[in-house]
Design a protein around this ligand. Structure first.
Ligand SMILES: NC(=O)c1ccc[n+]([C@@H]2O[C@H](COP(=O)([O-])OP(=O)(O)OC[C@H]3O[C@@H](n4cnc5c(N)ncnc54)[C@H](OP(=O)(O)O)[C@@H]3O)[C@@H](O)[C@H]2O)c1
Length: 222
């Protein structure tokens, strides 16, 4: 059985991916209950996971839109140092450290994929509405981290593909405060989103590494 790692596995989409993938993969997880995402803790976790063998699929679901510290900003005057730092810490820096440490688990011999849940609003080219400065910018920075790593890893991991995926607006605590603005037909269950994220991840080829995908597999503008 192929081995998969889900990072941020206790979140809405992380849990749905776990439930879906456990039938076809040997699934391992990382979450705040098992690591504080310090480099020391990640190193320890990765060493434990490596003892059990190499991984074929890793999906990072870490992200925040609102929490005790942050809420999406509507205007420039709402920007604050600590809040922007929190957006970048959770949406860019923690996934980047997971990329640094967990990519060493990927198989070099078989096809492997490492995907990250980003967001359509992190697209600079598609930004029509403005607002949500911290979330948009921290997801755009995540996109750049993954794109840059894809270029480096292409030299050492010829069968690996990295990508960022917009999961589609998915029912759960992250999207709930904004649910009234979402078209019901485009407000997906965690199970629907998990199936699409897994399909996009599994279809990835090394030639597509470093791309930004929508949940239906179409390519999004940076
Ligand atoms: N839901 C949507 O409509 C939507 C739309 C576009 C993009 N996305 C993106 O998709 C991903 C998953 O979304 P979701 O709806 O499943 O969100 P969620 O239910 O809020 O789960 C996000 C998970 O990220 C991890 N996380 C959050 N804050 C953290 C922190 N301070 N430190 C460490 N880990 C932290 C947690 O994982 P653990 O509990 O396992 O520690 C949390 O459960 C996110 O990256 C989000 O930005 C979601």
């Amino acid at each position: 059985m192929k081995r998969a790692l889900i990072i941020g596995a206790n979140g809405t989409i992380g849990k749905a991916l776990h439930d879906l993938m456990q039938h076809t993969y040997e699934v391992h997880t990382l979450s705040q209950t098992s690591t504080d995402y310090s480099e020391e803790s990640l190193q320890k976790k990765v060493a434990q996971l490596r003892q059990q063998g190499e991984f074929h699929t890793i999906i990072c679901c870490i992200g925040t839109l609102h929490n005790q510290t942050v809420a999406p900003e509507k205007r420039l005057k709402q920007l604050e140092y600590d809040k922007l730092a929190e957006y970048f810490r959770v949406n860019t820096i923690l996934p980047a450290l997971c990329l640094k440490h967990c990519s060493t688990l990927l198989s070099k011999h078989d096809r492997s994929q490492f995907t990250f849940l980003s967001a359509m609003v992190g697209s600079i080219g598609d930004n029509q509405l403005g607002g949500w400065y911290g979330y948009r910018s921290s997801k755009a920075a995540l996109n750049m981290m993954v794109k840059t790593a894809s270029i480096e890893m292409a030299r050492t991991h010829k069968k690996t593909a990295l990508a960022v995926i917009h999961p589609g607006t998915t029912q759960g605590p992250l999207s709930k405060p904004f649910a009234s603005n979402v078209d019901k037909a485009r407000y997906y269950t965690p199970d629907e989103s998990a199936k699409r994220i897994l399909a996009v991840t599994q279809a990835l080829t090394p030639a597509q590494s470093g791309s930004f995908f929508n949940w239906d597999g179409s390519v999004l503008p940076w």
